[in-house]
Design a protein around this ligand. Sequence first.
Ligand code: BEZ
Ligand code: FE
Length: 279
Amino acid sequence: MKSHFSEARSAEIAIERMGPDAPPRLVEVMSSLVRHMHAFVKETELTPEEWEIGVDFLTKTGQICSQERQEYILLSDVLGVSMLVDAVNNRRPEGATENTVFGPFHVADAPVRAMGDTICLDGKGEPCLFEGKVLDLDGQPIQGACVDVWSDNAEGFYDVQQPGIQPKWNNRGRFLTNEDGRYAFRGIKPTSYPIPDDGPVGKMLESMGRHPYRPAHMHFLVTKPGYQRLVTHTFVEADPYLESDAVFGVKESLIARYERTDAEDAAWRSTFDFVLAPL
Ligand code: BEZ
Ligand code: FE
């Protein structure tokens, strides 16, 4: 029988079982997934023991998930899948700032702060002035763009990872660009840090001979009606992990300069302009 299982036609048989009323996009995505999974099993000649390790890994990955922790997204991140989904869906014209991975530590509705204000509330770290402009593809300033920023503290933790230890909204804030498209805020020179590695994904990285570190970066979410939402980071130049980011987030164009200053309130300055593509 054509519909009975055979090694040669395994994928087609599983795909053909879908009903006529299944939504076309679901059929397309599931067919491709089944085809690739069957090809993977055939290519590796996966043993039952290895299959069981995989099932056990996925079970543990699910079990550690909670309101605060999303281990599946982390799995997608460390396999480069999050960056690929982002790349496929954010192809931009030449000159527009590139996207990178969003990460799990953004918190919506951060305090709106005044131009030049500090986001560092715990007083730790090397003070750094972040400034630049938000521009359109023609180099014209975009006024009233929302520049939402977040970073880890000097010890490599986000405020949400240390409630009760760090002040709420530490190293976070939203800033609106002025008529010149300018934004400016004070924070700290970010530090590199490991992604949460105390769960199954951390164990997987270790067994694959990979480290869990991300190069130091400042997160930016830049929005303005009429323009594509920009989710990105700027990376600290010369960071030792730029070539081996655990989640593959680094793009050459996002590596920012950090200059020493003699200003009393900022040992460093990092200037970076963002260019938004129209919708
Ligand atoms: C982050 O940069 O905050 C991040 C991104 C992906 C996974 C974990 C953390
Ligand atoms: Fe981060």
